[in-house]
Structures are given as structure tokens and as C-alpha cells.
Design a protein around this ligand. Structure first.
Ligand code: ACO
Ligand code: ACO
Length: 152
């Protein structure tokens, strides 16, 4: 699948239907869109994916949101977007890229590790503290945030 990736200029054009696939909290998404850089993947017809990069500490950028439109998932696009996000962080002279996902997000944990991320820690009960609704994936309650990082 051929697609281009571009920095979103105007946050009011952010693809919320995709961003909310990765993070069900609209308030969170709005908050980090203000502070971060949102990149849009598009083919000739439509927006097919998105990722958001945010400086969190000096030298460290975090991929705070990454999503592929449902009908295009499982074709390698997510992997290309993670690698592209790392490339953007390199261009920004970051030294480390971080990403976090739920304990129940098994395929995401597979994807990030295949892209070179390594687990650095667990933020226990993160999803209990920050989300009103209970989240279940793969039959597993999502409670803890698994933190991963990639050293450039
Ligand atoms: N074990 C091992 N590897 C796995 C597993 C598993 N259980 N599941 C998936 N993978 C691998 C695949 O094999 C593939 O690697 P490969 O190409 O080497 O075989 C890779 O992970 C993922 O495949 P892609 O087709 O590139 O992924 P996709 O295009 O579906 O995008 C994404 C992945 C972005 C997670 C997508 O499914 C999506 O949008 N999901 C909903 C939103 C979401 O959960 N976003 C992440 C939330 S966390 C955050 O935003 C920081
Ligand atoms: N997503 C969600 N749930 C999953 C997934 C997945 N990707 N993969 C497995 N599961 C769930 C299954 O759904 C099932 O739960 P359910 O009954 O609620 O549906 C459960 O995990 C495992 O199913 P079982 O059939 O009970 O497991 P099995 O009899 O295959 O035993 C074991 C698992 C012991 C790991 C076996 O596969 C094995 O011997 N593997 C090789 C040795 C090994 O790896 N041992 C563990 C090493 S770590 C250690 O020893 C401490």
C-alpha cells in the first residue's frame, strides 16, 4: 500500500476517529495535540493512519498516539508508521523514543518490540487512575501501562 506521511498543519483537521482508536479519552487526545506534532498517513483517497510525537523530557520524545484505520490494519502499515515516528524523532535530534501501551494490548506489545522497543517499566493501575470506563482487550482487563523505550 502506497501512502505519504505529512505533518498536520492545523490541529482542527486532526482525524479524531483514528486518534480515539488508540486512546478513548477525547480530553487526553485534545491535550497532547496542543503540545505535540501530529503526522497523517494518507493514500490517494483518504487518511489511513496517524501518529503523534511529543517532547516529554530533554532528549526524549514519546509516541503518544498511533493508529491505522481498521480496514487497513494487519498489512504492515502500523509497523511502517512506528519506524517513521522513530525517523522523525531522529530528525528532531531526540536521543530516546518512548511508547506506552496497556497490559492487555498484546499485538501492540508485539509490534513495538519488533520495531526495537524494549520494556523499561510498568505504571501500575495507570488505566484505573486515568480512565472512567473499564477497558478489556483479548479478554484481559487493562489496568497497567507497559512502558517501552528505543535508544537512538
Ligand atoms: N505477536 C507477535 N507479533 C505481533 C502480534 C503478536 N501477538 N500481533 C501483531 N504482531 C506484529 C505483526 O506480526 C506485525 O509485525 P510483522 O510485520 O513483523 O509480522 C506487527 O506486529 C503489526 O502489524 P501491522 O500490520 O504493521 O500493524 P497495523 O497496521 O495493524 O497497526 C496498530 C498496528 C497501529 C496498533 C493498529 O492495529 C491500530 O490502529 N489499532 C487500534 C489503535 C491502537 O491500539 N493503537 C495503539 C495504542 S498505544 C499508543 O497509541 C501509544
Ligand atoms: N490473547 C489472549 N489470551 C491468550 C492468548 C492471547 N494471545 N494466548 C493464550 N491465551 C489464553 C488462552 O485464551 C487461555 O485462556 P482462556 O481459557 O481464558 O481462553 C489461556 O491463555 C491458556 O490456555 P491453555 O490451553 O490453558 O494453555 P496451555 O495448556 O497451552 O498451557 C503453557 C500454557 C503452559 C504455556 C503451554 O503452552 C506450554 O507448556 N508452553 C511451553 C512451555 C512454556 O512456555 N511454559 C511457560 C514458561 S514460563 C514459566 O515456566 C514460569
Amino acid at each position: 500500500m502506497e501512502f505519504t506521511v505529512q505533518l498536520l498543519k492545523n490541529m482542527k483537521d486532526a482525524p479524531f476517529e483514528l486518534l480515539l482508536l488508540a486512546d478513548p479519552s477525547k480530553r487526553n487526545v485534545q491535550e497532547y495535540l496542543q503540545r505535540g506534532r501530529c503526522y497523517i498517513a494518507a493514500n490517494r483517497l483518504e487518511t489511513i493512519g496517524v501518529f503523534v510525537l511529543l517532547w516529554t523530557r530533554p532528549g526524549t520524545m514519546e509516541i503518544v498516539n498511533i493508529a491505522v484505520r481498521e480496514e487497513y490494519q494487519g498489512q504492515g502499515i502500523g509497523k511502517q508508521l512506528v519506524l517513521r515516528a522513530i525517523g522523525e524523532a531522529i530528525e528532531q535530534h531526540a536521543r530516546t523514543v518512548e511508547i506506552g501501551t496497556g497490559n492487555s494490548s498484546l499485538s501492540q506489545l508485539g509490534l513495538y518490540q519488533k520495531c526495537g522497543f524494549r520494556i523499561t517499566g510498568v505504571d501500575r493501575d495507570f488505566f484505573i487512575r486515568h480512565y472512567d470506563e473499564a477497558i478489556f482487550e483479548n479478554g484481559i482487563p487493562c489496568r497497567d501501562m507497559i512502558r517501552l523505550s528505543y535508544d537512538i
